[in-house]
Design a protein around this ligand. Structure first.
Ligand SMILES: [Zn+2]
Length: 578
């Protein structure tokens, strides 16, 4: 054999061997394929199938469906009943949704969770129809108040009494000889202390009124128990911190309340570290029924930064890595900060927050927090406060470079015309609370006039400018109810009934836009849009079934729609469908 022939021979042997190998491999492949399809026949069945539902998925690739399947805590199938039925096994629980509307669970992007829960568990005085009823409810509460705790909250309203006289310590002293009472008027401007509390705070006839406050006195000059505005601080500063048990009770109430309203995730602004501690304990025991993202006060940003917690760090039930700050106050108290003065108070532009004195100090902290990978959520309400925060964000972007940071401006209430585009360019999320719009809408125009009102709670303008919206409530400042929030965004009908066609009606949203802002929008605002926010295969099985179809009923009826069942991670946490 010549060398050439030899080489040709060698080549053909090589080729033959290759063929042989391919045959072996393909046989292997067939075997593997067969065993794979055998496994497919014994594939895991779903734990739960919901059939006969009207599913609004908030997933643009498949907006509607009639059935879904859940395995462990995730959605594994979404589609027609026949498609989803492939997941049916002997252990699968099947629930017939009776044609009702099923939505992704609501994600409230701005709550004060422990305040909210504490509010629910506090003595309720708002509807006490007489001073006697007021005293009676406090007496009953005193019987169950653990030693060392105070009777607080209440939200009383003496205007419901005749005559409408302010309550006094004499009304409650006989029934509360040993327990401190400190109950607030519904507007928060006045509170009533009993004698025990006055003594603890060392308030006597001789105590002078503090600046900005008043100790209300009787004809003899003795304190009546009512402390007005800044005088309330005299008591707040002697109040003991919330006990662990008290905090735990408040959180459990808040969790129950959220479940009953279909709120499956909350983003907790300004929690105390002790709150987070209890969330972590509950999470460890599988006792959280609402997913929580916490954003503690920005002044403490180094606490999270020094151990390297970055945005959205944690588990599906508890995440951290955000900070919350304040740029200004509120419109109602004339402390929102504006370029132009208030229409009804021409000498005032409002106020910046303490943390904005000077703004450079705020910028330095936020820049540090941002460099550490923390997400920034900043409260800003007046147009000038918002503009100043956008300036700070621009400076931070220049200093720390571009990245996906999802800055948020909490409330984003009154915008300068030029700033919509800045939100869009910086990718700032407008974290808004539509209920405030129908509440403030009763009087806002008086305060800021006809021009600024056009860019107030301007949800439509945000969307038109390509700005992402996240919906929330600011609970306990407003009700936690998603139905009220959607009703507010869709109707913009002020609470006084004076704007049935909508207040600044061109800013109304459609029901589907509102639902999207409350689910995908809020999920995006906490970096969780791949985990939740829509009914999509692979996502967490968080969803709600409603009593009525909010896409079909008149918008005015949306506020009365009830949640029939709430599921978190595939488990029923409220109601049921049987
Ligand atoms: Zn808030």
């Amino acid at each position: 054999m010549s060398t050439a022939e030899l080489s040709k021979f060698a080549k053909s042997v090589f080729v033959l061997r290759q063929f042989a190998l391919i045959r072996v491999y393909s046989r292997l492949a067939i075997l593997l394929w067969l065993s794979a399809s055998a496994a497919a026949q014994g594939k895991p069945a779903a734990d739960l199938i919901i059939t006969n539902a009207k599913i609004w998925t908030v997933d643009k690739t498949r907006p509607q469906a009639e059935s879904l399947a859940v395995l462990r805590d995730r959605i594994v199938a979404v589609g027609s009943s026949t498609e989803v039925d492939a997941w049916h096994g002997p252990q699968t629980k099947v629930i017939d949704a009776q044609g009702k509307l099923l939505l992704p669970g609501f994600n409230d992007a701005h709550v004060h969770f422990v305040d909210g829960g504490d509010h629910l568990q506090a003595v309720q005085l708002k509807d006490a129809a007489s001073p006697q009823e007021f005293a009676h409810r406090i007496e009953e509460r005193a019987k169950t108040t653990p030693k060392g705790e105070w009777i607080t909250g209440g939200d009383w309203d003496e205007q419901k009494w005749s005559p409408p006289n302010l309550p006094t310590k004499e009304l409650v002293d006989p029934v509360t000889p040993n327990v401190p009472v400190w109950v607030n008027r519904y507007d928060g401007h006045e509170s009533l202390a009993n004698s025990v509390t006055l003594q603890l705070a060392n308030i006597t006839a001789k105590t002078p009124d503090p600046p900005g406050g008043e100790i209300v006195r009787d004809a003899q000059g003795n304190p009546t128990g009512i402390l007005r505005d800044a005088a309330q601080d005299l008591v707040f500063k002697v109040m003991p911190p919330m006990s662990r048990e008290h905090r735990m009770r408040a959180i459990r109430r808040a969790l129950e309340h959220a479940a009953s309203l279909g709120v499956t995730s909350v983003q907790n602004m300004n929690p105390e570290y002790d709150d987070v501690k209890i969330y972590a304990e509950l999470a460890e025991h599988g006792a959280l029924t609402t997913r929580i993202y916490v954003a503690p006060m920005e002044t403490g940003w180094k606490d999270q930064a020094k151990i390297g917690l970055r945005h959205a760090f944690g588990t599906p039930f508890l995440r951290m890595g955000a900070v919350k700050g304040y740029a200004d106050g509120s419109l109602g108290s004339e402390t929102a900060y504006f370029f132009d003065p208030f229409t009804d108070a021409p000498k005032s532009h409002g106020l910046l927050s303490d943390e904005m004195h000077p703004p450079s100090a705020m910028r330095q902290r936020l820049q540090g927090a941002d460099a550490a990978g923390l997400q920034l959520c900043i409260h800003a309400i007046g147009d000038r406060a918002i503009s100043m925060i956008l300036d700070i964000f621009e400076q931070i972007e220049k200093a720390n470079g571009k990245r996906d940071r999802r800055w948020r401006i909490e409330h984003s209430q009154h915008l300068a015309a030029k700033d919509f585009a800045r939100y869009a360019r910086l990718g700032v999320i407008a974290s808004v609370q539509p209920y405030h719009a129908i509440d403030d809408g009763r009087w806002a125009e008086k305060r800021i006039g006809p021009d600024r009102i056009k860019r107030t709670y301007a949800f439509r303008m945000f969307l038109d400018n390509g700005v992402k919206l996240a919906f929330g409530t600011d609970w306990s400042v407003a009700p936690l109810s998603p139905m009220w929030t959607i009703y507010a965004a869709v109707t913009r009908a002020t609470l006084d009934g004076k704007n049935p066609g909508g207040w600044v009606p061109d800013q109304k949203l459609t029901v589907s836009e509102a639902v999207e802002a409350y689910t995908m929008g809020s999920a995006y605002a906490e970096f969780q849009e791949k985990e939740k926010g829509s009914i999509t295969v692979g996502k967490l099985a968080d969803f709600v079934v409603l009593s009525d179809d909010i896409f079909k009923i008149p918008p005015v009826a949306i506020k009365d729609v009830k949640v029939e069942a709430t599921f978190v991670g595939g488990k029923v946490v409220y109601g049921g469908l049987e």
